[in-house]
Design a protein around this ligand. Sequence first.
Ligand code: ZN
Length: 248
Amino acid sequence: MRVLVISDIHGNLEALETVLEFARQEGGFDEIWCLGDVVGYGPNPNECIARLREFPHVCLLGNHDAAALGRVNVEDFNPEAQQAIRWTQRALTAASRTYLESLPDRLCIGDYTLVHGSPRDPVWEYILHPSVAHAQFAHFDTPVCLVGHTHVPAIYHHFLSDGRPVTTWHYPEPGEVYTFQDPDRWIANPGSVGQPRDQDPRAACVLLEVESRRWAYYRIPYNIERTQYLMQQAGLPYRLIARLAYGW
Ligand code: ZN
């Protein structure tokens, strides 16, 4: 089975459409695994949910999805994010809300555990460092765990070195193919579709061959100005509009 692995779309339909078209041209996929935060920040939350639902897919609950549902205190977010969350809460249709309410915070599919943040704290914890990643391997049983949330693509490799468990960090290059081979274990992050934060503004995605565990990571340019224009029209905060051009 071939899966399009994506995360953190954040209401950016332009970026999502570009990723879907790219994946189609690369030979297509059987289903989508979306690691959460379909909404929040961007101008098209309902359209992104509707588009995702056109495909066989699974989707995890992200912190912005939970915030849009009013499940968490909005004050836990920075001021611009708060403003975007309130905008998203007003924009969401009843159908979108029902969809977000149905999302699980953790899924296991064969060799893979799927969460938004971390296996230890599925919706909220950020894995941005090997020491944080290292502690996560006690919190899932599968060989591979897929996470999003940081908007930074990464692969954490957990293995025995002289009988001692270690975790190393790898920052993949666009176009790079990585294979998760036994007996080691991994945490992998595909990066963000709709709001990258690694100084590369291009949309990120992965095509995963589920059985052979072949992880092919890509970055695709999309029409950022179009999304920025729609955000401006929606009255979303300037800083959130500007950051898309910098990938931060
Ligand atoms: Zn996010």
